[in-house]
Design a protein around this ligand. Structure first.
Ligand SMILES: Nc1ncnc2c1ncn2[C@@H]1O[C@H](COP(=O)(O)OP(=O)(O)OP(=O)(O)O)[C@@H](O)[C@H]1O
Length: 228
C-alpha cells in the first residue's frame, strides 16, 4: 500500500476582493507519497503560495479535504489543525526567516523545544542535522554571519527538526545563484528522502524543477501534471 503523506481531494479556494470573487484553486486533487518530491511550477499569480498555504493548513479551503499523514483536516477545529501542522509539516521559504538573534543551533532547537523535546536531545539533533548539511562548525553562528546558501541550509535543517512527514517549500532557491541552488535543492531532496517524508516545492527555476520526481502546474486553478 502506498504511504501517502499528503492528499488533497476536491479542494476549492477563493479570495474576495471587494465584490469580486477570485477562484484561485478549483477542484484540486493531489497525492504525494513518502519519499516523493513534487515540483510546482506555474506563472506568478497562478496560486502556488495559496496551494502551499492550504496544504500546510495555514488557510482553510472553501471546499474539499486536506489529509496530512493519514489525518483529515476537514473536520478539525483551529487548535487541532495547528497541532497537526506543528507535528507534521516543515515549511521553507524563499527568505530563510531564521531568528536573527539566535545561533544556527538555537534556530534548529527552538521548534523542538516548543514541541516538548528535552534540551540536550534537541541540541544533539540540531548538531546532527547541521552535520548532514555540512555546517556543523557553523552551529554557533548567527544568520547574519552565514552566506545565503548556508542560511537556507540551516532553514532546511530547522524544517526537518521535528521529523515532519510533509515538507512545503516556497521558492527555496529563489534567492541563490545557480550552483548554490543545485546544492541546496539536493540537500533538501536528500533530507526529504532520508526521512521518508513528502515534498512539495514551488519554484520558477526549471532546472531545479527537473530534479524532482515529477512536476505539476496550475491550470485554471487545477493541479495537472506537466513536463519542462
Ligand atoms: N489574501 C488575499 N486576498 C486576496 N487576494 C489574494 C490573497 N492572497 C493572494 N491573493 C491573490 O491570489 C492570486 C494567487 O496568489 P499566490 O500568491 O498564491 O500566487 P503565486 O503563484 O504564489 O505567485 P508568485 O509566483 O508571484 O509568488 C494572486 O492574484 C493574488 O493577488
Amino acid at each position: 500500500m502506498v504511504d501517502l503523506k499528503l492528499s488533497l481531494h476536491g479542494v476549492h479556494h477563493h479570495y474576495l476582493e471587494r465584490e469580486t470573487r477570485l477562484d484561485i484553486l478549483v477542484d484540486v486533487n493531489l497525492e504525494i507519497a513518502a519519499g516523493e518530491i513534487v515540483a510546482l511550477v506555474a506563472p506568478s499569480g497562478a496560486g502556488k503560495s495559496t496551494l502551499l498555504h492550504v496544504c500546510g493548513l495555514l488557510e482553510r479551503p472553501a471546499q474539499g479535504d486536506v489529509n496530512i499523514c493519514s489525518t483529515s483536516a476537514h473536520t478539525l477545529n483551529d487548535r487541532s489543525r495547528t497541532l497537526l501542522r506543528r507535528q507534521n509539516v516543515g515549511y521553507i521559504y524563499q527568505f530563510h526567516h531564521l531568528l536573527p538573534e539566535f545561533s544556527a543551533d538555537e534556530n534548529i532547537m527552538i521548534p523542538q523545544l516548543i514541541a516538548g523535546v528535552d534540551k540536550d536531545v534537541a541540541k544533539k539533533r540540531a548538531q546532527d542535522l547541521l552535520t548532514h548539511m555540512g555546517l556543523v562548525e557553523r552551529g554557533d553562528h548567527r544568520p547574519a554571519q552565514l552566506s545565503g546558501g548556508e542560511q537556507q541550509r540551516v532553514a532546511i535543517a530547522r524544517a526537518m527538526a521535528n521529523n515532519p512527514g510533509l515538507i512545503l517549500a516556497d521558492e527555496p532557491t529563489g534567492n541563490l545563484d545557480p550552483d548554490t541552488s543545485g546544492i541546496v535543492f539536493d540537500l533538501l531532496a536528500n533530507s526529504i528522502k532520508d526521512h521518508a517524508a513528502a515534498g512539495l516545492i514551488a519554484t520558477h527555476n526549471h532546472d531545479i524543477a527537473r530534479r524532482a520526481d515529477r512536476i505539476v502546474t496550475l491550470e485554471g486553478g487545477a493541479v495537472v501534471p506537466t513536463t519542462l
